[in-house]
Design a protein around this ligand. Structure first.
Ligand code: ADP
Length: 493
């Protein structure tokens, strides 16, 4: 249902709830935060015009419960709901109940969510449109013996994925024949436990691939544009940590192919609002991975290079007050990088750190943006994802953006919990990050155990040394991305 509305419920928490509240308030709309008991101590709670507690702190009793959210929405009198990302944002049943109740879901229709949420169905649509997918097995015969045979046909390494999976879960890499049975069973179990279905599919595992995704946007008149790509290959356990716009490693031709494929898919399914089409890119070839029918965590990097507000565009689209930007005016400028800041021990590959937050300092300045979930005195609890903030920077070139992000990370002050900032600093200083040649194996190859415990000053010097050598040895095709931030000549940076 599309109509004008004045009150928007936010079915989410943390920094994204803050982001949505601000966008709505700036548009003159009232907000209602649907929150759990634990999140009374959060920035979103304090900023929202109204708040309704929908349940206890465990996600099953609040953020993931369709019933609790619907009750909250009906009680609040909100005419629209923004689901953010994660939780119910890609839940077709939630969108469908809202449709039935005449409440606007700020996102695509339940049918589109459903089509794209089933990764096998989405792959079939892509194949029908003549676009490349990762070779593999999508069949109905789900017996373990048959799946093992198919894995062998594909050739190891193979990745087993839950058809209904998401958020990096329900995926198992099978390195060789001896692991096949165990990994296939594990993927099925995980799929059943996390997504209520043990249906899996198999894909060739591309072990030198980059994860590159295209932001698309559709309006109610059926127009679709793309907002270029984001480079999201810096991942731990299939979850992104650092993202950039644009990608330092696409040439003109490949960029055109990717954006064209994304727009084709979005048009094919009648996509409305913000969506992301994810690809793997290896050896100059691209393969469709999946489509996310929602706002992405990393949307700010696109906003910064294009000068757009994706959240406002989402809201206005559903009010039928927005026609998509002209593709020609979407011209990227400069470079943006986002770092996800997690409350975790940086030296232990991600053990969460909880506690009451003390003093915070976010070093504001030109081209620096902070999306923050908590204020001083709030508690980071073990109930939710440990991402507590995002730091995003923009500058005229990639190397300057890297230098700015290093500076920003070294200036942030956050007492009360440990954070992954030392890990982020080391990643940004790594030669493969600096020259843009990294792929999705980056974290596993260099930081599998977390940040490297070294003499504080020493690691920086060592990495800078290797970085400089590597960059001068093997210049990258995109020259603006190859300049070392450690270069002596600041005019080139
Ligand atoms: P999710 O929906 O859980 O995010 P995706 O299908 O988007 O899962 O994959 C997440 C990440 O897993 C990718 O960015 C990539 O790093 C890795 N991955 C998925 N499929 C493959 C594959 N066939 N080969 C190599 N890596 C893969």
């Amino acid at each position: 249902m599309m109509s004008d509305f004045t009150k928007v419920a936010i079915a989410n928490r943390g920094e994204v709830a803050v982001r949505i509240i601000r966008a709505c308030q700036e548009l003159g709309l009232q907000t209602v935060l649907l929150h759990s008991k634990a999140d009374v101590g959060s920035r979103a709670y304090r900023l929202s015009d109204h708040c309704i507690c929908i349940g206890d702190s465990p996600v099953g009793e609040s953020y993931l419960s369709i019933e609790r959210n619907i009750d909250g929405i009906l009680a609040s009198g909100a005419e629209a709901v923004h689901p953010g990302f994660g939780f119910l944002s890609e839940n077709a049943d939630f969108a469908r109940v809202l449709e039935q109740k005449g409440i606007t879901f700020i996102g695509p229709s339940a049918d589109v969510i459903e089509k794209m949420g089933d990764k096998i169905a989405a792959k079939k649509i892509i194949e029908k449109a003549g676009l490349p997918t990762v070779p593999g097995y999508n069949g109905d015969d789900q017996s373990i013996d048959h799946l093992i045979k198919e894995a062998e046909k594909i050739g190891y390494p193979v990745i087993a994925k839950a058809a209904a999976g998401g958020g990096g879960r329900g995926m198992k890499v099978i390195e060789n024949k001896s692991q096949a049975r165990e990994m296939i069973e594990a993927a099925k179990r995980e799929g059943q436990a996390a997504f209520g279905s043990d249906k899996i599919f198999l894909e060739k595992y591309l072990n030198r691939a980059k994860h590159i995704e295209v932001q698309i946007f559709g309006d109610l008149a059926g127009q679709v544009v793309h907002l270029f790509e984001r480079e999201c290959s810096i991942q731990r356990r299939h979850q992104k940590i650092i993202e950039e716009a644009l990608s330092p490693s696409l040439d003109h031709k490949l960029r055109n192919q990717l954006t064209h494929a994304a727009v084709t898919l979005a048009k094919e399914v009648g996509y409305v609002g913000a969506g992301t089409v994810e690809f793997l890119v290896q050896d100059g070839q691209f393969y469709f991975l999946e489509m996310n029918t929602r706002l992405q965590v990393e949307h700010p990097v696109t906003e910064l290079v294009l000068g757009v507000d994706l959240v406002k565009a989402q809201v206005l689209t559903m009010m039928n007050r927005f026609a998509v930007w002209d593709q020609d005016i979407l011209v990227p400028r400069g470079h943006a990088i986002e770092c996800r800041i997690y409350a975790e021990d940086p030296y232990t590959a991600g053990i969460p750190s909880t506690g009451i937050l003390g003093h915070q300092y976010w070093p504001q300045g030109p081209g620096r943006r902070f999306e923050v979930a908590f204020d001083e005195g709030d508690e980071v609890t073990p109930y939710y994802d440990s991402m507590i903030a995002k730091a995003i920077v923009w500058d005229e070139t990639r190397s300057r953006a890297i230098m700015k992000m290093q500076r920003v990370l070294s200036e942030i002050v956050l007492f009360g919990v440990k954070t992954n900032i030392p890990l982020l600093q080391q990643m940004l200083a790594h030669p493969e990050f600096i020259d843009g040649s990294f792929n999705t194996q980056f974290v596993n190859s260099y930081f599998a155990e977390g940040a490297i415990q070294r003499d504080r000053e020493n690691w920086k010097e060592q990495l800078a040394q290797i970085a400089y050598q590597k960059v001068s040895e093997a210049p990258h095709s995109n020259s603006s991305s190859t300049l070392s931030p450690w270069s002596q000549d600041w005019r080139n940076v």
